[in-house]
Design a protein around this ligand. Structure first.
Ligand code: NAD
Length: 259
């Protein structure tokens, strides 16, 4: 299927590796002019080079912290009028809510709620004026089924989800959609870090924790970032203008509910 994206411009945040990178690669493969953002310049530059080589498209990059005002200004200076915006940043650390200070909460809110809202605020009206826009927020399956030790994530991302639910209904008449992508377990460095933290907590080998999770997973595997990127590209496509305000859970069937 031709996704009808050739020549569109996309800003993809948190994209030197993992799910953000997979979204950037899937969009570039569809002929989108992609600019990727992450904090570490070297890894980001290599990612831009690799995606450019495999897609044949020029890929821009901006090394900055997207959770800061300064970082967002730098990213938007490089690509001021994106047609597609993928918001993403690192997830907050696991832990016990008794240990979290106000500053810990503010950092989680900045990264996983306020930064996406600020980026949407800077780009949505341009999309509306051009009568095409796709915003995809990478959130988490934890929005639907909270994960005990990820309370900072559960809380901050739920705030973003609630906000987006309202806004999405106001933009869709202009062919501008806003949807959230909810990853369950995907094979990335973030997942490895989560299993390592759990293993330290339970005093077991990280591999044992991983095997445990795999045995319980209905798919008996974790997701591949390329699968995530493909879903992102479809929701960004010309064909997805009637899908908005949705939370697409990609977890291999792990969520046990009927809906
Ligand atoms: P990852 O650690 O593999 O990659 C994160 C990317 O974001 C990297 O490119 C990193 O450099 C970049 N990044 C982090 N903080 C940033 C910042 N402040 N500014 C700019 N770039 C930043 O993580 P991932 O597995 O791809 O996860 C992406 C998001 O999805 C995270 O928020 C994570 O919590 C969430 N998530 C992941 C999973 C999973 O199984 N992988 C599950 C649920 C939720």
């Amino acid at each position: 299927m031709d996704l009808g994206l050739r020549g569109r411009r996309a800003l993809v945040c948190g994209a030197s590796k993992g799910l953000g990178r997979a979204c950037a690669a899937a969009l570039a493969a569809e002929g989108v002019l992609v600019t990727i953002v992450a904090r570490g310049e070297e890894e980001l530059r290599l990612a831009a080079h690799d995606i450019g080589c495999s897609s044949g498209m020029p890929v821009g990059y901006v090394a900055c912290d997207i959770t800061t005002e300064h970082g967002r200004s730098a990213a938007l200076a490089s690509l001021p009028h994106p047609d597609i915006l993928v918001t993403n940043a690192g997830g907050p650390p696991p832990g016990d809510f008794r240990d979290w200070s106000r500053d810990d909460w503010l950092a989680a809110l900045d990264a996983n709620m306020l930064a996406p809202i600020a980026l949407i605020r800077s780009t949505l009206d341009g999309m509306i004026n051009r009568r095409f826009g796709r915003v995809l927020n990478i959130t988490s399956a934890a929005v639907k089924a909270p994960i005990g030790e990820l309370g900072l994530s559960n809380g901050a991302r739920s705030g973003l989800t609630g906000f987006v639910a309202g806004l999405a209904r106001t933009a869709v008449r202009h062919n501008v959609t806003i949807n959230n992508l909810l990853p369950g377990y995907f094979e990335t460095d973030r997942l490895k870090a989560l299993f390592d933290a759990r293993a330290r907590q339970a005093d077991i080998a990280p591999e044992a924790g991983r095997e445990d999770e795999l045995a319980q997973a209905p798919a008996r595997r974790f997701g591949q970032p390329t699968e995530f990127g493909a879903a992102c590209a479809f929701l960004a496509s010309a064909h997805a203008g009637y899908i908005t305000g949705q939370n697409l859970l990609m977890d291999g069937g792990a969520y046990p509910g009927t809906f």
